[in-house]
Design a protein around this ligand. Sequence first.
Ligand SMILES: [Zn+2]
Ligand SMILES: [Zn+2]
Length: 317
Amino acid sequence: MEQSCQTTAETLNDIIAWRPALASLLTAFSPLLTQAETLTAELLEDPLVAAINLPQCEPSRLQLGASLLSHYTMPDVSGALAYARTKLWPQLQAIPALTDSLEPYYSYLGQVTLEDQHKLLDAVLLNDGTLLSDLATSKNLDAGILHFLATFLYSSLLKAVVLKNYGPANLEKEWPWETNNIWQQGYCPVCGSLPTIAWLDKAVIDERNTYLLGGGGRKHLHCGLCGANWRFLRLACPVCGIAESKQIEILTCDEDSHGESLHWCAKCNSYLPTVDLRERIAIPNLDAQAFGMLHLELIAKEKQLKPLHLSFWNSFS
Ligand SMILES: [Zn+2]
Ligand SMILES: [Zn+2]
């Protein structure tokens, strides 16, 4: 039987109940994350999104490790970006660190040229705000804030476009790049980003599937940027690859873990939040779940480990 996912708010509320120490931070960002979730649902119905046809999944290209957007030029989406900006603005302005500095970005993001859109998208996909230094300087904006805003706007849009083109959203169904385990990489088969969280599915016995190890759930990686999921070998590091790394260590907290841990690689010291869904009744929203594991990320920081993917909550220190 299919099980529906929790919303962002439901996921964060569960985590706050388990770990009240995270309440103030999670509550501060909950409205923004919830609004981004609503925005994606709205954009799914948008004719502009429906008109964006992403590349078909070609097994031969995927087998070579070419993510789908790596040879794709995004059309003009200035209208969708402007709409996304309008929808998210009240929640962005409510974040104390941004309140006083956001105004100049509103007009810029309301009418982004196609050339600038491509620069913004490149910086978002490569998760590198420094790529926006020249652009930001020419507009008298801060590259870090611009990158943060562009990531939120593009993420809402990409999630809608990816669902429209490749669906489904349901964690229990297969995405096209999962058929016959075509995609073997640690980065996203759609946008090329590194994953923000891994999840172990509720156990399904399939003796032909080499991804099932020791009777446990299969490991999947989740892209926080475009929302894609893909299967990955449980004992491999998404950065070092399958052949070179068999050194995945697990960091968890002493109290009831609710299936949460960090998997980290003893070779490159990068860690990835991981949730074992066999230990959960409800399926969490994975983006909210990744954000809600800060207590483990703080321990990882003390151990001088580094996040596999820099997100807004673990990139400032
Ligand atoms: Zn992606
Ligand atoms: Zn590694």
